[in-house]
Ligand binder design. Structure first.
Ligand code: 9MR
Length: 383
């Protein structure tokens, strides 16, 4: 009973800060009345109506460990929002090597398991991120004196154990992450797997992942591959070759880390479509749109409008390519974003303000989803 009261109080507080129907109906005399049930529908998840998975990264690890706020998942408003707004979760850091593998012998699944349990409780799917990458590898791995055979065994053991643990419960795995430079060159120096084992390891990684979980869709994932470019061309060529060899690749995804400093990638639909034409699924996996912002400053109306426009067009792109089945936001609210820590003088990249009220970008995504699902104009979608 006590627990129920706490939850109810929190739900009201959340709805109020989200500016949803609870606020309107709690304020007497404003002439607005929301029938029961409609308030629950005023979310991105409901607006999507099953036409696409709308996801978010689950904040934790990585840059968060250097901030002075508590673990995001310990915050009730964060959990409430994550549970109601999206249909898909991505581990922001919790399934990366350095997080799961404190030392050679140990696997620490505590926070990854928490994400899986949370998703199950909320009827959400999960994107696993990531198995083969040049970054966020533990020092014992990067600086260990392993032979090529030992490294192969380590990667296979990692994939068998991690992918096997969540077999049947992960919708998509980013098997291989960020292997090309912007010039379209394989990262043969800074990626330990490519450097020590050669490009053949990519096919092995996909094969081992398929064997460990035959139901998961297996992706190549990268940033700066929204449009047609030397980098996305390199993926196109590599994937074409690997598919011809029978390597089990199901998808190609663009992360979608955009900045208002640059033009919108107009050719994103064309780019995703050419991968779809290879028979692949596509996805937008880490969408955020940063802008120039001095520390502590507030974005201008014009910046917010332009940001909303970029979010809308990315959502429309995802919706317009057959087989593009998920659109994932790289977290919220702004305070949890990785952006200010990486791009000095830029920020405000997510769709929610720090008090969880909605930015124009939120409504842009919601509108575009509702348009596609046929739920546009429904009285539950309030502004
Ligand atoms: O958001 C993640 C942040 O917490 C980490 O500190 C950072 C370290 O590399 O990784 C961030 O997520 C990245 C993702 O895993 C891959 N694509 C780029 C993302 C932003 O850097």
């Amino acid at each position: 009973m006590k627990r129920r009261q706490i939850l109810t109080a929190t739900a009201v507080a959340t709805a109020a800060t989200l500016g949803t129907a609870a606020t309107a109906s709690a304020a007497p005399g404003n002439g607005e009345h929301t029938p029961p049930g409609l308030a629950k529908k005023d979310t991105l998840a409901w607006a999507a109506g099953g036409v696409i998975e709308i996801g978010s990264a689950v904040a934790g690890g990585g840059h968060h460990t250097e901030q002075d706020y508590p673990t995001p998942m310990s915050e009730e408003i964060y959990r409430e929002t994550l549970g109601r707004e999206v249909t898909s979760l991505s581990a922001e850091n919790q399934m990366k090597w350095d997080y799961l593998r404190p030392d050679r012998e140990t696997f620490d699944f505590e926070d990854a398991d928490e994400i899986m349990d949370f998703a199950q409780q909320h009827g959400q799917v999960v994107r696993g991120h990531t198995l083969l990458w040049h970054a966020q590898n533990p020092t014992w791995l990067e600086e260990g004196d392993f032979s090529a055979d030992e490294l192969r065994d380590l990667l296979k053991e990692h994939i068998d154990t991690v992918v096997g643990r969540y077999r049947g419960r992960i919708q998509q795995w980013d098997v291989v992450n960020e292997i090309f430079t912007d010039e379209g060159e394989l990262r043969l120096n800074d990626n330990i797997w490519l450097r020590e084992l050669g490009p053949g390891i990519l096919a092995d990684a996909f094969r081992w992942t398929r064997a460990a979980d035959p139901d998961a869709l297996l992706f190549f994932n990268d940033y700066n591959v929204d449009g047609v470019s030397a980098k996305s061309d390199a993926y196109y060529a590599l994937i074409t070759e690997l598919l011809a060899e029978g390597v089990p690749i199901d998808g190609f995804s663009t992360q979608g880390h955009l900045s208002l400093r640059y033009d919108f990638p107009e050719d994103i639909t064309e780019n995703l479509q050419r991968f779809a034409d290879l028979g692949l699924e596509t996805a937008i996996t880490e969408l955020d749109v940063r802008m120039d912002l001095e520390e502590g400053a507030t974005p201008t109306e014009q910046q917010l409008e332009q940001q909303a426009d970029y979010y809308r067009r990315m959502t429309e792109a995802a919706l317009s390519v057959e087989g593009c089945n998920s659109l994932t936001l790289w977290g919220f609210p702004d305070v949890y974003s990785w952006v200010p820590g990486t791009f000095e003088g830029e920020g405000a990249a997510t769709v929610l303000w720090d008090d969880y009220t909605r930015k124009p970008a939120y409504y842009a995504v919601q509108d575009a989803l509702a348009e596609a699902s046929g739920r546009a104009g429904h009285p539950a979608l309030r502004r």
